[in-house]
Design a protein around this ligand. Structure first.
Ligand code: GLN
Length: 573
């Protein structure tokens, strides 16, 4: 029977519930158990696809094409498992399902009410996602006391009543402030959060205390006395130099063992943290240091949200850096600045240039100038999605003599639409159905042998690993289209996508003649070939992909193209 671990947050938002949840899941997985993680977002949006990235952070894309909350990215990065879209539950989905069912007459004349119908739907969804796993760890978004998360707490209590308390554990992640004028850590807000949670009938089994510094015994004792939680179950989780240290810190507090003993379970496997620990040390004390310029559009984003909107790219750079013992400093370059200033000046002292994904016109010419600068000066370059599209535009304009070549996202009347919406997508776009025209989720690409892209995927073990995934996809009828016509399992990689435009197949051979190599493509069932990777063989490292490989990068398994990029930036090729 699946054991459920429910994680809720108290005192303030943004205490790090997501990373804490991912860390607990990682610990249990290290103990030999199968674990999945579920994120509940109490907002009414159906999914994160339409949310402003500057407010909510980046949109995370799943293999099965979901656009969901970035916390699920942390789960995947810590667990190395693929989490399906249904593991992100929003209030919007719950209400919509209940109302749709009511319209279909499925409730047979019953009065459809908040209780029991909404909590029942929540429980169903959670149990469906948890099926087959030893542990399901559920993070309830928001803060205890919010109106919005009450239905979810109520549903969890109901689940506990149905399956028995011996299968459910509640964890409250709280925050202990140290007000500057007092210099003393205060437990009162945590005591109140415990009280507030108990109003939903839930008494936390563990309190995880986030704070600037570690909790002392006096504080633990205070929470024991005033909150009625044994001090052994009050866990300290102070600020850290890297989030990847958190599972190790929680192990120091024996949280994993305590959870198991609370559930009367035993270790299935002795945890092995050596590799993880070494990587953490390399993050904190790297032997080499490099600077990577990230050229994006930042003007309309405040300093604080900047990092969050590219979180997967930042993490992928960090993962690749850790495995090469290199600390990567990201230098944020506003693409608009590059339109006015000399790239040689703005991009001096950097070892690599990265163009991340993006939409729209802002800063496009600046990004193209950065790409030209990287290409002409043999500076390692990695382009992601829009980054690939603009690299093709740059090459068409400056090498293939197609003046004014462009993407039709920006210039509909360009004489050389090297990046365009394909015919079959145009019809849907004309009807204004933007969601429907995106290529979302994992797609198979066949790689060309003797290319840099091929060797990187091969050397990092991905070609081997993808074989199983191809088999799984073949078995899943509704997802089989992701394979296109590639029914073999050799030289195939699966990467995630989120874009509308493609390299225009009409120009591929002309561009190829001038030296750009298309190192992998996806072939749709109507036989259209979609270009997935490009590279310049004579360049130190000039590689781009239509996909977002950052979504599959983890500390233990860095994304091959990021690895190659950092290695080139370190001058190791
Ligand atoms: N704007 C481009 C497109 O829609 C690229 C999108 C992206 O970089 N994610 O195709």
């Amino acid at each position: 029977m699946t054991k459920y671990i429910i994680v809720a947050g108290g005192v303030i938002s943004g205490v790090g519930k997501g990373v804490t949840t991912a860390s607990i899941a990682k610990i249990l997985k290290e103990y030999g158990y199968s674990v999945t993680a579920i994120k509940i977002d109490p907002y009414l949006n159906y999914d994160a696809g339409t949310l402003r990235p500057t407010e909510h952070g980046e949109v995370w894309v799943t293999d099965d094409g979901g656009e969901i909350d970035q916390d699920l990215g942390n789960y995947e990065r810590f667990l190395n498992i693929e989490i399906p879209r249904r593991n992100n539950i929003t209030s919007g989905q719950i209400y919509k399902t209940v109302i749709d069912r009511e319209r279909k007459g499925e409730f047979l004349g019953e009065t459809v009410q908040f209780i029991p119908h909404i909590p029942n739907e929540i429980k169903n969804r959670i149990q469906e996602s948890a099926k087959g796993y030893d542990f399901a760890i559920i993070e309830i978004g928001g803060t205890i006391g919010d109106f919005e998360n009450l239905p979810f707490l109520f549903a969890m209590k109901g689940l506990e009543r149905e399956i028995g308390k011996e299968h459910v554990i509640y964890i409250l992640v709280s925050y202990l402030p140290v007000p500057g004028h007092m210099g003393e850590m205060k437990t009162k807000p945590t005591q109140q959060a415990i009280k507030q949670l108990s109003e939903s009938g839930i008494f936390p089994d563990f309190i995880i205390c986030r704070s600037k510094i570690a909790l002392d015994d006096v504080r633990k004792k205070k929470i024991e006395v005033y909150g009625n939680i044994p001090s052994d179950y009050v866990i300290s989780e102070p600020d850290v130099d890297t989030i990847y240290r958190i599972p190790l810190d929680l192990e120091q507090e024996s949280l994993g063992y305590k959870i198991l003993s609370e559930l009367r379970m035993k270790l299935k496997k002795k945890p092995q943290y050596k590799v993880w620990n070494d990587l953490v040390n390399k993050i904190v004390n790297p032997k080499h240091k490099i600077k990577i310029a990230m050229v994006g559009k930042y003007l309309d984003i405040g300093n604080y949200s900047l990092k969050d909107s590219y979180i997967s790219v930042n993490e992928a750079l960090l993962h690749a850096g850790a495995s090469l013992d290199a600390g990567v400093e990201i230098v944020w370059i506003d693409a608009k600045e590059l339109e006015k200033k000399d790239p040689a000046e703005l991009l001096k002292d950097i070892q690599g240039i990265l163009i991340p994904g993006g939409f729209g016109e802002s800063g496009v010419e600046g990004k193209i100038r950065a790409i030209q600068y990287a290409r002409e000066n043999n500076i390692p370059f990695l382009g992601l999605c829009y980054g690939l599209q603009l690299a093709v535009v740059e090459y068409a304009r400056n090498v293939c003599q197609m003046s004014d070549a462009h993407t039709t996202e920006i210039a509909q009347k360009t004489p050389y639409p090297v990046i365009d919406v394909l015919e079959s997508q145009k019809e849907i776009l004309d009807k204004g159905d933007y969601g429907g025209t995106m290529r979302l989720g994992a797609y198979a690409a066949k790689l060309k042998k003797d290319t840099k892209v091929y060797s990187l995927y091969k050397d990092l073990g991905r070609l081997k690993e993808e074989k199983n995934k191809v088999q799984t996809l073949k078995g899943k009828k509704e997802q089989a289209f992701r394979l296109g016509t590639h029914d073999t399992d050799t030289d195939i990689v699966l990467e995630r996508h989120r874009h509308r435009y493609e390299v225009n197949p009409q120009f591929v051979s002309q561009i190829e003649e001038k030296g750009m190599v298309f190192s992998g493509y996806h072939q749709r069932s109507d036989n259209t070939k979609l270009m997935e990777f490009i590279e310049l063989p004579e360049h130190k490292y000039f590689v781009a992909t239509q996909a977002h490989p950052e979504f599959k990068s983890s500390l233990e398994f860095p994304a091959p193209l990021f690895y190659g990029f950092i290695r080139a930036a370190l001058d190791k090729n």
